[in-house]
Design a protein around this ligand. Structure first.
Ligand code: PBG
Length: 332
């Protein structure tokens, strides 16, 4: 840094660079664009079905025949990527979550529909069992224990059926140890060397996932909590170790989740590793903001403000339920 002569006010006036829109635009350090957005979508059984998620006003579950239209509309606005999550009929949920490896399940069917309509977009599918297990956990259970290594075998099969369906980005979201490496090896062995892995690397045991669990119908099922596998919100160094391990195991991009309460983690990850770093503005963050905006307690400008905050913290991209609204606002 150059040593400035000690002048200060009134020679220096910080407000000069804020006085007009033109200069404010010129000196802006960060920018949010549609290129930064990933839109998470929920999929449900049926034909021509679009049902609202009660705890997420403005968010819907789409049947597999409608999801491609929703994606197309968003892709036309420039959104590059979409994450698909299933609402699985409770009748198809089992202790072992075997619906996860059914190549005709909702996520695989939706992936085929989306890629057929829009081969140009990136489809992201979670590798995790919670939408499919009767107990709502991300892993297999033995008594009250969440089994790690046994779960990996199912995650590998789940990733392969998703890749076969056309998914270009597998997103292990369950926080089992070793899952990125196991999935990478299996993808490579089966001809999917180009399928990427977006690792939910620093995923915290958060209260902000509540509305998502309603959206995929796992909240009523969930026994206990996820603190034996998701991270303790008290920890930050541990997030760096998680990211380092996922990169060693072959992750192409890493993610921090939730978003707003964990901006410090985003910054540390980006500074420490310099790899593509994503952040997930999760369901509870969406509902909190949307609820206040709908009541007139907050102006809707807070939506873009939160997304820009992620960019400033170092994120390269954001998963957000506001993606469509944000893209519309950015395009006008
Ligand atoms: C499942 C998964 C969760 C989310 C994404 N994938 C929930 C959880 O871990 O309980 C949360 C997303 C959100 O809240 O928007 N493994």
């Amino acid at each position: 840094m150059i040593d400035f002569p000690a002048t200060g006010f009134p020679t220096n006036r910080m407000r000069r660079n804020r006085s007009e829109e033109s200069v404010r635009r010129l000196v802006a350090e960060n920018r949010l664009s549609v290129d930064d957005l990933i839109w998470p979508l929920f999929i449900v059984d049926g034909v021509n079905v679009k049902t609202p998620v009660d705890s997420m006003p403005g968010v819907f579950r789409y049947s597999t025949d409608l999801v491609a239209d929703a994606v197309s509309e968003a892709a036309d606005l420039g959104i590059p990527a979409f994450a698909l999550f299933p609402y699985t009929d409770p009748a198809r949920k089992t202790e072992d979550g075997r619906e996860a490896v059914n190549s005709d399940n909702l996520v695989c069917t939706a992936t085929r529909a989306v890629k057929a309509a829009r081969p140009d977009v990136m489809v992201v599918c979670d590798a995790a069992l919670d939408p499919y297990t009767s107990h709502g956990h991300d892993g297999l259970m033995k008594g009250e224990e969440i089994l790690n290594d046994e779960t990996l075998e199912v995650l590998v099969k789940q990733s392969l059926v998703q890749a076969e369906a056309g998914c270009d980005t597998i997103a292990p979201s369950d926080m089992m140890d070793g899952r990125v490496g196991a999935i990478r090896q299996a993808l490579d062995k089966n001809g999917f060397q180009h399928t990427r892995i977006m690792a939910y690397s620093a995923k915290y045991a958060s209260g902000f996932y509540g509305p998502f669990r309603d959206a995929i119908g796992s909240s009523s099922a969930l026994r206990g909590d996820k603190r034996t596998y998701q991270m303790n919100p008290a920890n930050s160094d541990e997030a760096l170790r998680e990211v380092a391990l996922d990169l060693q195991e072959g992750a192409d991009m890493v993610m921090v989740k939730p978003g707003m309460p964990y901006l410090d983690i985003v910054r540390r990850v980006k500074d420490s590793f310099g790899v593509p770093t994503l952040v997930y503005q999760v369901s509870g963050e969406y509902s909190m903001i949307k609820g206040a905006v709908d009541r007139g307690w907050l102006d809707d400008r807070v939506i873009l403000e939160t997304l820009l905050g992620f960019k400033r913290a170092g994120a390269d991209g954001v998963l957000t339920y506001f993606a469509l609204e944000a893209a519309q606002a950015l395009n006008t």
